[in-house]
Design a protein around this ligand. Structure first.
Ligand code: IMP
Length: 427
């Protein structure tokens, strides 16, 4: 298998960072194709913990090359800070990280517009964004008003930036918000460019040549399908294509060059920010999951909302992303629970439905239909072979496979690399 797309199959925070790290061993290239520094991928290696937001997690494995593709929106100042943090821990970035000249740039006015946009929405309409300027940057891209990394290294850049800053300042002023200082934005961007300029290139021929040579490419999805701009719980979504299609449009590698899709699925469900969440637990059981799973945002530190496993969501990921196998994460978090619930369908206005509705007001009225399974009440964290899992843990996994129609190929039983079982030998 030379090209693998890895996607989040829920609302993000499925534990993708660790699975990417494990799969990176079998890859030559790791590519980010959508999102920006709203993502937070946590990887624990030995006693060290890394949280990466923009740099592909592959950077942590020596010899691997990483690409930030055209579909990403990139805050240059934040990226340089992240690169410095990685380098400070003895990891070389030069010659290993390539940034698409087509990737759109996030400027301070995008972050300010993000904050203003949230503040001005009525209560109940707020999205709970990460305030990293993601939505406004993608809006400028679609409105054909954005600037790309290639523009930053162009001699015309100061003129291009000036017209953007003037226009955005008109908008900010009309909102009664503070405006940005052109000189400061220009200076900060130029300073960041001193580091980034050598990394910016046309990544399309680079990846094309890698595919032609049969090199192994891992596409590192950010967020999850339920935050996808089209297939998620719109409007409570992020502004990029977090499904498998985003790997193609965000990198320039076409669909017929993709070999396999791995969906990362947490053994229960979480969500950060606003928006409907049918299996959410607003009780002690939800608090237990948050405590046991240490469910606090890697980017914003916000407590995550927690709930039972939702097969309707997982099947939505299968249909929209073509998931070939699951990487099932955080099964160990359920170790102490006496009983577990799996949501297999919803009740909506007295009808039973098996598919995820498009309309969020309908989603908010959906009541989960649960199937109860016994817990295993034994630690799985040291288990090294699938056969050694407690019988009830095996039953839980088998039931997840049945109700989603997709096999589990990778099983994660803790945050460290070695707490991973690869069940599918082709992986
Ligand atoms: P934005 O991407 O900052 O515009 O935020 C939009 C929604 O997506 C909010 O509910 C965020 O909490 C959520 N979100 C964005 N990135 C992530 C992520 O990497 N993990 C989980 N939730 C995210």
């Amino acid at each position: 298998m030379s090209t693998t797309i890895l996607i989040g199959a829920q609302w993000g925070d499925e534990g993708k960072g660790k699975i990417i790290d494990v799969l990176t061993e079998r890859a030559d290239w790791v590519v980010r194709a959508q999102g920006g520094n709203n993502a937070g991928h946590t990887v624990e290696i030995g006693a060290e913990k890394f949280v990466l937001h923009l740099v592909p997690s592959g950077i942590l494995t020596s010899g691997k090359r990483c690409v930030i593709g055209n579909g990403v929106v990139l805050d240059p100042v934040a990226l340089v800070e992240e690169i410095r943090g990685v380098e400070a821990r003895g990891i070389a970035v030069a010659g290993r990280l390539f940034i698409s000249d087509r990737a759109h740039v996030v400027f301070p006015y995008h972050c300010m517009l993000d904050a203003q946009g949230e503040a001005r929405r009525a209560k109940g309409d707020q999205i709970g964004t990460t305030q990293r300027g993601i939505g406004p940057a993608y809006a400028d891209k679609a409105a054909r008003f954005g600037l790309r990394m290639g523009d930053l290294v162009d001699p015309e850049f100061p003129v291009l930036l000036k017209s953007r800053v003037e226009e955005k300042n008109r908008v900010l002023a009309a909102m009664g918000a503070p405006v940005v200082a052109y000189d400061e934005v220009l200076a900060a961007t130029r300073q960041a460019l001193a580091t980034l300029r050598p990394l910016v290139c046309d990544t399309v021929p680079l990846l094309h040549a890698a595919v032609e040579r049969g090199e192994r490419i891992l596409f590192e999805g950010a967020q999850g399908i339920m935050l996808d701009l089209d297939f998620g719980t719109y409007p409570f979504v992020t502004s990029s294509s977090a499904g498998s299609g985003g790997a193609c449009t965000g990198s320039g590698v076409p669909p017929n060059r993709m070999d396999r899709v791995v969906g990362v699925l947490k053994a229960y469900t979480t969500r950060v920010g606003e928006g409907p969440f049918p299996t959410e637990l607003n009780d002690a059981a939800g608090e237990d999951l948050r405590r046991l799973g240490r469910e606090f945002g890697a980017t914003t530190g916000r407590p995550r909302r927690c709930g039972w496993f939702d097969a309707v969501v997982a099947r939505h990921a299968v249909m929209t992303c073509g998931v070939d196998e699951w990487a099932l994460t955080k099964l160990d978090v359920l170790d102490t629970l006496a009983t577990l619930n799996i949501c297999t369908a919803y009740e909506l206005d007295g009808r039973r439905i098996a598919h995820f509705p498009a309309n969020v007001r309908e989603v908010a009225r959906c009541r989960p239909v649960y199937e109860e399974l016994p817990g295993w009440q034994a630690s799985t964290r040291q288990v090294a072979r699938f056969a050694d899992l407690p019988e009830n843990a095996k039953r839980y996994i088998a039931r997840l496979e049945q109700v989603t129609g997709v096999p589990v190929g990778i099983l994660s039983l803790g945050p460290r690399r070695e707490q991973t079982l690869i069940l599918n030998e082709d992986a």
